[in-house]
Design a protein around this ligand. Structure first.
Ligand code: AMP
Ligand code: GLY
Length: 423
């Protein structure tokens, strides 16, 4: 069978790589992919404009695509699932309606309050003066978020009033995030340890993926600006059995039930970004309507079940409640370009991309130039992902390969996994 994955990042490389391991699969097309998906066996890049849903549908019809897997949030928010379904094309992802859980922080917050899902106290503002009054009244630390999609970068954790006011000015009057910043959500600062809790959902059945933890900040020690994620590992020991039960009962099941009751069943991946406090109580920081990047990379390294089978069962409404996992932990380290997270880098030649046993290099912002060399083409360039006997062992294996990969301006964190290793 042939499949189509939509996206260009490390997440899509990992998902496509995993799909291709199933013997039933002949070709996994990736639109538009990167240098990694271009060279992988059974994967083939296609230059489709994924904003053109009609063109995607035509490609599927002409190439016998069994199902489409949507990697990133933008096409979901643009309603690609609804549009492909109208053409009778099977697609793994959520509807435009459900994607508002990620596409609009205001929608997500209202939804959580309505369904008693634990989250930070918040208010939404579109004017500067009342937003600042709210900050004065609440005190700091406080969190300022652009309302729409900002690729994980529209969030400022303000430690003092000046920082909070600066963020409000940037977002509301400075237009720093364009349309995404025309409203801001100002919310309570949550203390604790973060984890990513990602599930597959078929409208009613829930299959939790292995747990994971991301590292959002650009610098070691969790310092500096927020990014899309600088590295991740799985499993995350902070998600104990007790926390797992609470997340399922207080967060995931209520979302699935509420969406079903509303006549808008949730399908596809659902990602709850959690803050877990010292009493093991989880609160939702954000929902994403897709897999995490870079969480996908270590999680797919550990998934032993066929992702093709799981998605096909999900498309039929028969998703199992458990999958089979490699007991070994996996850890992925992102190598980013010099200008990340403010900008991206293009055209720097990348060398040293050799993989070793248990270490896989998932590409993100890479391309191939006229000379056939692999070059940088984005903010996050690759994610070096290793399986190990322990998280420390996986980190050591990944770091060895991170050192060997070379490109101008390479930056990465050597401390991915520090919380789990410190336990
Ligand atoms: P988001 O894009 O909403 O996931 O936020 C990005 C990052 O900002 C999160 O991963 C957290 O590290 C941090 N953050 C967001 N909201 C809060 C909050 N209410 N309290 C503390 N940290 C937060
Ligand atoms: N790694 C965070 C995200 O995918 O949103």
């Amino acid at each position: 069978m042939n499949l189509l994955v939509l996206g260009t990042g490390g997440r899509e490389h990992a998902l496509a790589y995993k799909l291709a391991q199933d013997d039933k699969v002949k070709t996994v097309f990736v639109a538009t992919g990167n240098a990694g998906t271009k060279s992988e066996p059974k994967l083939q890049n296609v230059a489709l404009d994924i904003k053109d849903h009609k063109a995607v549908a035509t490609f599927c019809q002409n190439n016998g695509i069994e199902f489409v897997l949507v990697g990133a949030e933008a096409p979901l928010v643009a309603g690609i699932v609804d549009d492909l379904q109208k053409e009778n094309i099977k697609v793994w992802g959520c509807s435009q309606y459900c994607s508002q859980l990620e596409g609009s922080k205001a929608f997500a917050k209202d939804f959580m309050v309505k369904h008693a899902i634990p989250t930070a106290f918040y208010e939404v503002f579109s004017e500067v003066a009342p937003a600042k009054d709210f900050v004065k009244q609440q005190g700091t630390p406080i969190v300022i978020k652009a309302d729409g999609l900002a690729a994980g970068k529209g969030v400022i954790v303000a430690m003092n009033e000046a920082e909070a006011f600066g963020a409000i000015d940037d977002m509301l009057s400075g237009n720093k995030f364009g349309q995404a910043g025309s409203r801001v959500v100002i919310e309570e600062f949550l203390a604790g340890e973060e984890a990513s809790f990602i599930c597959m959902i078929d409208g009613k059945n829930i299959l939790p993926m292995a747990t994971s933890q991301d590292h959002k900040r650009i610098f070691e020690g969790d310092k500096g600006d927020n990014t899309g994620g600088m590295g991740a590992y799985s499993p995350a020991p902070v998600v104990t059995d007790e926390v797992h039960q609470k997340v399922m009962n207080q967060i995931i099941r209520p979302v699935v039930q509420a969406m079903a009751d509303n006549g808008t069943p949730y399908t596809g991946f659902l990602y709850a970004g959690l803050m877990i406090d010292k009493d093991s109580n989880p609160k939702v920081i954000e929902f994403n309507c897709r897999f995490g990047d870079p969480e996908t990379q270590p999680i797919m390294m550990r998934l032993k079940s066929s992702l093709v089978d799981l998605i096909m069962l999900g498309l039929d409404g028969n998703l199992p409640s458990v999958a089979e996992w490699d007991d070994r932990p996996a850890l992925g380290i992102v190598l980013a370009g010099r200008d990340y997270p403010q900008g991206s880098n293009k055209g720097d030649v990348i060398t040293g991309l050799g993989e070793t046993d248990d270490v896989k290099i998932f590409h993100a912002g890479t391309a191939v130039n006229d000379k056939g060399e692999i070059i940088t083409s984005g903010g996050r360039i690759v994610c070096v992902t290793a399986l190990g006997e322990s998280i420390k062992d996986a980190q050591t294996k990944a770091l060895a390969v991170c050192e060997q990969v070379q490109f101008d301006g390479k930056q990465y964190r050597r401390d991915i996994g520090w919380r789990a290793i410190g336990r």
